[in-house]
Design a protein around this ligand. Structure first.
Ligand SMILES: Cc1ncc(COP(=O)(O)O)c(C=O)c1O
Length: 410
């Protein structure tokens, strides 16, 4: 049985799988499910990027194994992006590596730097690879409840003082999946000062660098003087240019960490298909107004969702960034928990969301709603939810006796 393998045993059942299974069953019955579950961008990749792929793929020389750390043109394009967007100077040969999506890069950095039993500080709730990349590498996780900047710094300090052995790395993710929390430069300055003092490495996931709606664009931790000594940062084309299936991401920053990742990757892969890398470089070097268009689509969907759900009787906070709303479960369903509530929403309203507990224990009480359906579908979902909420007395009546019956029989 695969579950007997040491690493596999450390991976808990995927919470999202339970909702996915119900979703598949409902679809097989012919139900129309409005799917806000996975953060899987649905808009087309901009035409000029696709055109570059098609042009390059016709060159027969591009069929060969590519470069594991990314072709030089792509690493240069990423360095140019950091220079113009953040004012951060990177050496494309030693401080940039292209990855097969940022998820792969993150998992392989974890593998490269973790010895069995190393303690890693990870926010909670968070995107699962932040935790499981290290768990699969034999690390031990100490969770930091995601909260305001000062709460985070307090729990960081506490974790540092009370962990044995001393934590070796800290994960950050701003704008955050799933909470949509954003970080300021002042916050990054505090973290860098703390990390340097305690000899912590920092892995910063900046996947939503370009998906923001309020205030200043999200900063990079590498803007802080000295951050390059301890930090590596991950970005992706998946969200910025609507290219999730292309699998192009980057790790940039500290040379020692980039070297470790490059070395692990050199044993594992030959890099993305060259035409994909050439088209990815065209995305970074080409016209950038497509990013504004993509951001504007998410903004319209966000506004539509918040407005429609509020009018349906489920007011939710408006996310300042990312492609997710982090929604507290309506009071009358709070006792069910996020997984049961998500199942009910699917069954009774035909709407799929991600249960907050799937992102960690501190995500309980919330669901994540991904902005991956168009405005018409969002409004339809809100109408279904309004009906579901108004029939909820009956729904709860059906749920509660089952639970109490179960209690009686044990
Ligand atoms: C915070 C965060 N990091 C990384 C990723 C993975 O992105 P990629 O497609 O580059 O692997 C995602 C995808 O949803 C994400 O939300």
């Amino acid at each position: 049985m695969t579950s007997d393998f040491h690493r596999i045993k450390r991976l808990p059942p995927y919470v999202f799988e339970q909702v996915n299974k119900l979703k598949a069953e409902a679809r097989a019955r012919g139900d129309d499910i409005i799917d806000f579950g996975m953060g899987n961008p649905d808009m087309p990749t901009p035409e000029h990027i696709v055109a570059k792929l098609v042009e390059t793929i016709r060159d027969p020389r591009t069929n060969r194994y590519s470069a594991s750390k990314g072709i030089q043109g792509l690493r240069k394009a990423q360095a140019a992006y950091y220079a113009r967007r953040f004012g951060v100077k990177l050496n494309p040969d030693t401080q940039v590596v292209a990855t097969l999506g940022s998820k792969e890069g993150f998992a392989n950095v974890a593998q490269a730097i973790t010895a069995p039993g190393d303690v890693i500080l990870v926010p909670n709730p968070t995107y699962p690879i932040h935790e499981f990349g290290f768990i699969m590498s034999g690390g031990v996780i100490r969770h930091l409840p995601a909260g305001t900047d000062s709460q985070f710094m307090t729990s960081l300090d506490k974790a540092m003082r009370h962990s044995v052995p001393k934590p070796s790395a800290l994960v950050l993710n701003y704008p955050a999946n799933p909470t949509a929390n954003v970080a300021s430069l002042d916050f990054y300055r505090d973290v860098v000062g703390f990390a340097k003092k305690h000899e912590l490495l920092v892995l910063s996931d900046l996947a939503y660098a370009e998906i923001y709606f309020e205030g200043e664009p999200p900063p990079s931790i590498l803007q802080i003087p000295g951050a390059m000594d301890i930090a590596v940062e991950f970005t992706t084309l998946s969200k910025t240019y609507a290219m999730p299936g292309w699998r192009v991401g980057f790790a940039v920053g500290n040379e020692r960490l980039i070297h470790a990742l490059t070395r692990v990757k050199s044993y594992l892969d030959y890099g993305a298909f060259t035409p994909i890398q050439v088209a990815a470089a065209a995305a970074l070097n080409g016209p950038q107004d497509c990013i504004d268009d993509i951001r504007a689509i998410y903004r319209r969907r966000r506004d539509c969702l918040v407005d429609a759900l509020t009018r349906a009787g489920w007011p939710i906070p408006s996310p300042p960034a990312t492609m997710f709303a982090w929604a507290p479960i309506p009071d009358m369903f709070a006792h069910l928990g996020s997984l049961e509530f998500s199942k009910l929403l699917l069954e009774k309203a035909g709407v799929a969301v991600s249960p907050g507990v799937g992102f960690g224990e501190y995500g309980e009480g919330y669901v994540r709603i991904a902005l991956v359906e168009n405005e018409q579908r969002i409004r339809q979902a809100a109408r279904n939810i309004r009906r579901f909420l108004s029939e909820s007395a009956k729904t709860l009546h059906n749920v509660i006796p089952i639970a109490s019956k179960a209690n009686r029989s044990f």
